[in-house]
Design a protein around this ligand. Structure first.
Ligand SMILES: NC(=O)c1ccc[n+]([C@@H]2O[C@H](COP(=O)([O-])OP(=O)(O)OC[C@H]3O[C@@H](n4cnc5c(N)ncnc54)[C@H](OP(=O)(O)O)[C@@H]3O)[C@@H](O)[C@H]2O)c1
Length: 265
């Protein structure tokens, strides 16, 4: 385990868990104007869960989600390139990566490094990069972005997330088309497949991606489980907000649907 990294990932995980719990507290449920609870709602709501008419301060268009995946494709693609060369051409990782390893307590000259650790990290980075390419392609050619906004704090969190997540994978090794047919604009009740069980199966699938990476890195990798916790609570929070949006706006919304995890939550 890398204690510094694990602690760094635990912080946002705890913050998202706290936000999820606060959302259940009556005093914090108000999303009217004024007061600390409104700042809280400003920070956690975006897209359809952000009521129209709210302040436009510190907001960026939700379509800027695309930037997250541009950053991720470039950054994680570079990390993949360096790790690939280290694994197959026997080259050293760049010196700044070795410095980062040392700063985080990882010995860059370890000889006892099992080949499987390198292979696991390579595979996870490759999957992360492919996932980012897919999301970028969706943002560019499939998503039809509304006029929604996200808070600048969430925007910087998103940019930092994809830089930090690839770097965390690398630290696990020592250092030697708009084809979607738009039926109509506006929000509707989604249905079909996993949507019959939960309001946000795409958030659940996102969690499963990170859990599968944890399995590839070895179940005992505590640092990566902190990443998983961060994604879990982040996506749970977004799912609860989304679920409440559907319950509030669609009277016939299926009662049996959970928010995030089928049959559980
Ligand atoms: N790893 C992480 O920490 C992390 C964090 C955030 C997101 N993500 C991933 O990024 C992807 C997108 O996330 P997101 O939060 O933007 O998803 P989202 O809120 O469900 O939005 C996806 C798109 O669908 C639209 N939409 C949502 N609900 C709709 C409805 N009922 N009817 C019609 N259109 C609807 C949204 O419009 P609006 O924009 O107008 O809402 C947006 O264009 C997901 O796969 C998520 O798992 C990952």
């Amino acid at each position: 385990m890398l204690p510094v990294l694990a602690a760094a990932w635990s912080l946002p995980a705890v913050a998202f868990l706290a936000a999820l719990l606060l959302l259940r507290a009556p005093a914090w449920r108000s999303d009217g104007r004024g007061g600390v609870s409104d700042l809280f709602h400003e920070l956690i709501r975006y897209g359809k869960t952000r009521p129209p008419g709210w302040s436009l301060n510190y907001l960026v268009p939700k379509s800027w989600f695309t930037h997250f995946y541009v950053v991720s494709v470039v950054w994680n693609g570079s990390l993949l390139y360096w790790l690939f060369r280290a694994e197959f051409l026997g080259e050293s990782l760049p010196s700044w990566i070795q410095d980062m390893h040392r700063a985080l307590g990882r010995d860059s000259q370890s000889e006892d490094m099992a080949d499987s650790e390198y292979s696991s990290a390579l595979l996870v980075l490759l999957l992360l990069w492919l996932h980012s390419c897919r999301r970028l392609a969706e943002c560019l050619w499939t998503s039809v972005f509304s006029n929604g906004f996200i808070h600048i704090v969430q925007y910087y969190y998103g940019l930092g997330f994809y830089i930090a997540v690839g770097s965390t994978v690398l630290c696990q090794v020592p250092a030697n088309v708009r084809t979607g047919k738009v039926v109509r604009l506006g929000y509707d009740v989604p249905f079909g497949d996993w949507f019959e069980s939960v309001s946000c199966p795409h958030y659940f699938a996102e969690l499963l991606i990170y859990v599968s990476m944890a399995i590839m890195l070895g179940f005992q990798n505590v640092t990566w489980w902190c990443v998983v916790m961060c994604v879990l609570f982040n996506q749970a929070l977004a799912a609860v907000l989304s679920h409440e949006f559907y319950e509030k706006n669609f009277r016939s919304y299926p009662k049996h649907r959970k928010a995030f995890i089928p049959h559980v939550f």
